[in-house]
Design a protein around this ligand. Structure first.
Ligand SMILES: Nc1ncnc2c1ncn2[C@@H]1O[C@H](COP(=O)(O)OP(=O)(O)O)[C@@H](O)[C@H]1O
Ligand SMILES: [Mg+2]
Length: 325
């Protein structure tokens, strides 16, 4: 097996706040292969976005990467300086956020913003940069692209704006795209169009993607591999079809049962009962135990470690679902 494009090992990113240390990401490991889409899923507050920001070196005080390694094509990004990270962002790793206006400048035309990216990351001359921008807007399904270069972000609809952001993210041909809830703000029809567009663009370019979402239905449609985060820790990971069809962790099962999609759901729609614990004050043992139908005394005492379930599937549970209860 060739080395993965991205190999995250034991990543710990904490925030030192007045009310205590928030262990937002606490010992997270996963890999993303070349050309692969990895879905990073879990409920709100699980640490998904903090993983994304950590990869891009965008953690600001009071946050800090406390430990672990982020190997990108062999280079440990936790040891890279800010100058190196600035070159990596955009050119090697691009990010797409939920709100397109996070990435777009409302005061500049789309064409100018695209031109800036190309000036920064390529040696193309002005005419070639313009041609490339037009081509890229067309490739994400924006018609009359040459004309639209002189439009401002507010002149586009929400869905079109997110297409522009994706076009900008792809401009410098990054090898990895980190997309954080890229379609959560869009209505369902547009969401599905944008996801298909992203998948096609990723596949055509042989790039990799980390698709961050709370929505398992999105991941089911898109991902090759899945990593499930709960309270800053990986509770399960593996090939998407295996994890979705035969989840080992009761938390993953709960997420699947919450998908409003009859094809993936076995019984009636049900939310996972209970609440995510306060990560400043996590209990001893398994973080999920208070919400878990399978919890025993052992779960209150010993934190389960990730265990190999075969075929690339790993789960951190004392009573995994395909074992006897
Ligand atoms: N700047 C910050 N300061 C303090 N806590 C933070 C900060 N950013 C994120 N967190 C905390 O880290 C945890 C993980 O957050 P996040 O990664 O945004 O979750 P997700 O993206 O899975 O919804 C949450 O408990 C959140 O409150
Ligand atoms: Mg988030």
């Amino acid at each position: 097996m060739t080395e993965a494009l991205l190999q995250v090992e034991g990543l710990r990113t904490h925030f030192h706040t007045f009310s205590g240390t928030v262990r937002a990401v606490d010992g997270v490991s996963f890999a993303v292969g070349r050309g692969e889409i990895m879905g990073l899923v879990g409920e709100s507050g699980g640490g998904k976005s903090v993983v994304g920001f950590s990869l891009l070196g965008l953690i600001d005080p009071p946050g800090r990467i406390e430990g672990g390694t982020i190997r990108f094509d062999g280079e440990d990004l936790t040891a890279a300086g800010e100058a190196r990270m600035r070159r990596i962002r955009g050119r090697e790793i691009a990010m797409v956020f939920q709100d397109p206006m996070t990435s777009l400048n409302p005061l500049h035309t789309v064409g100018r913003q695209m031109d800036e990216v190309l000036r920064l990351h390529t040696d193309l001359d002005a005419a070639a940069r313009r041609a490339r921008s037009v081509e890229m807007l067309e490739s994400v399904g924006i018609s009359r692209a040459a004309e639209r270069l002189s439009a401002y972000p507010h002149q586009f609809s929400g869905g079109m704006r997110q297409r522009v952001v994706i076009a900008i993210a792809l401009l410098a041909s990054p090898r990895l795209i980190v997309a954080d809830e890229p379609t959560t703000a869009l209505d369902v029809t547009i969401q599905s169009q944008i996801l298909k567009l992203m998948r096609r663009q990723i596949r055509e370019r042989g790039a990799s993607m980390i698709l961050i979402t709370h929505d398992l239905a999105v991941v089911a449609e898109m991902a090759d591999h899945i990593t499930v985060l709960y309270c800053g820790k990986v509770v399960e990971r593996g090939p998407a079809d295996t994890v979705l069809r035969r989840p080992a962790h009761p938390y993953t099962r709960g997420l699947i049962d919450s998908i409003p999609n009859p094809a993936l759901r076995k019984e009636r729609l049900n939310q996972i009962p209970g609440m995510v614990p306060d990560i400043r004050n996590l209990p001893v043992g398994c973080n999920f135990r208070d919400r878990c139908p399978r919890a025993t005394a052992l779960c209150a005492e010993v934190e389960p470690a990730l265990q190999d379930r075969g075929s690339g599937q790993w789960a951190a549970c004392h009573h995994p679902l395909d074992a006897a209860p």
